[in-house]
Design a protein around this ligand. Structure first.
Ligand SMILES: [Ca+2]
Length: 409
């Protein structure tokens, strides 16, 4: 099936929903779809919505009174190549029992609550997407990608998050858990230093058995931490090989193993944080080839093999030198001096309790019983932000990143 405007898109979804035994693909023709009324639910298994290419189809919900752009109530739904912007609530809402779907190569632009909100759903894959300015105007926005309320097995990989208040959370507060899950190979950059309400880039809240591996986070704002493992129901978390400029912390009785993370990165190391390009510009001692080997993670954010070189790098990218030897050598000399002042490098993993330390970069594991968190990462009803002011079209930053733009020449 095909669609070329909001009316024919709604008709195609109605047709798909009426044929539950069919495997339906709806291909949207290139263009901008200005939505004024809610679309039908995506309510049939094995439905795919796609566009000819990434960036060719924009669904704009600035004039939608409420609700998500897509409300998903069934399993094995796939969304690819779509740009969803100005959602008044979630761009995509995934309801309990809607399992095993995929959202890939989409762009989510400008909303003040979670772009993808998954509750009570299992085994979703969120990969290769860009999330741009998922941010509140008067309060911290819900994480751009948020799975909770009994959700499980979520894989969030190879995405770009630019200027989002919070990028990713599994679980919500103390009473809305997530089980399992894998957060890996993501670039998370927040360049805003004023007028924003940032929280942690990645938050585990009552999330059991989650893995947070090989992400790169550069957060310019005032919030203290890059990654938080929070609340006592966060258990057995593995946080490994991440590269960040802010601490990774274990709070409020959570337990996590922090392995080979580096949390004192400098903005000057990265190619272009303002465009969410967090590739290393040059070799950095203590970062390149400084990671633990993770047998289940064999590629980086570019699809390059992991490891490249003798060992795993920290962060989402495996560094490959493509610049001239002169620039490379000058950069590496400066980077080695900066890394010597940090405490990166050890690789043992241990488990302990009662420390409230925020491990800088060496491996450690801790569980704290510290004071209750007042951070944006701590609790809060996901819907609380949904009625905040909409972004006007004039404020939309139409920065549509493509995968290719991030590849080094
Ligand atoms: Ca390497």
């Amino acid at each position: 099936m095909s669609a070329s405007n909001p009316t024919t898109l709604a008709a195609a979804l109605t047709t798909a929903n009426a044929n539950p035994t069919a495997t339906a693909t709806v291909t949207l023709a290139s263009g901008t779809y200005f939505l004024t009324t809610a679309l039908p639910d995506l309510a049939v298994n094995n439905l795919t919505l796609t566009a000819p290419s990434r960036g060719s189809v924009i669904l704009d919900a600035a004039n939608l009174a409420s609700g998500p752009i897509f409300n998903l109530t069934t399993s094995q739904i796939t969304l690819t190549n779509l740009t969803l912007r100005n959602a008044p609530a979630h761009a995509v809402a995934i309801r309990p029992g809607a399992d095993q779907g995929t959202i890939a190569n989409c762009v989510f632009l400008s909303s003040s609550t979670a772009a993808i909100d998954g509750q009570g759903c299992a085994n979703w894959t969120i990969t290769g997407n860009t999330f741009n300015t998922i941010a509140g105007t008067t309060a911290t926005a819900e994480p751009a990608v948020h799975f909770y309320a009994g959700a499980s097995g979520t894989v969030i990989s190879n995405n770009l998050f630019l200027n989002c208040d919070r990028a990713i959370a599994l679980g919500n507060g103390t009473t809305s858990p997530h089980t399992g899950g894998l957060i890996q190979n993501n670039f998370i950059a927040d360049n805003r230093t004023t007028g924003s309400h940032p929280g942690p880039g990645i938050s585990l809240e009552s999330a059991s058995d989650a893995q947070v591996d090989n992400n790169t986070l550069y957060l310019a704002g005032p919030y203290a931490n890059s990654i938080e493992c929070n609340f006592a129901a966060t258990t057995s978390a593995l946080v490994r090989n991440n590269l960040a400029n802010k601490p990774i912390v274990v709070l409020n009785g959570a337990s996590a193993s922090l392995v080979n993370n580096y949390t004192t990165a400098l903005s000057t190391w990265f190619s272009d944080p303002t465009a969410c390009d967090l590739h290393l510009k040059a070799f950095v001692s203590g970062v390149v080839d400084a990671g633990a080997t993770l047998s289940s993670l064999n590629t980086d954010i570019d699809g390059d093999p992991r490891p490249t070189g003798p060992a795993y790098d920290l962060g989402a990218d495996e560094y490959t030198s493509t610049s001239s030897s002169s620039s490379s050598s000058s950069s590496s000399s400066s980077s080695s001096s900066s890394s010597s002042s940090s405490s990166s490098g050890s690789s043992s993993s241990s488990s302990s309790s009662s420390s409230s330390s925020s491990s800088s970069s060496s491996s450690s594991s801790s569980s704290s019983t510290g004071s209750s968190s007042s951070s944006p990462g701590g609790g809060g009803a996901p819907g609380a932000y949904s009625m905040l002011a909409l972004f006007s079209l004039a404020t939309v930053r139409r920065v549509v990143l493509t995968r290719s733009s991030l590849k080094r020449p």
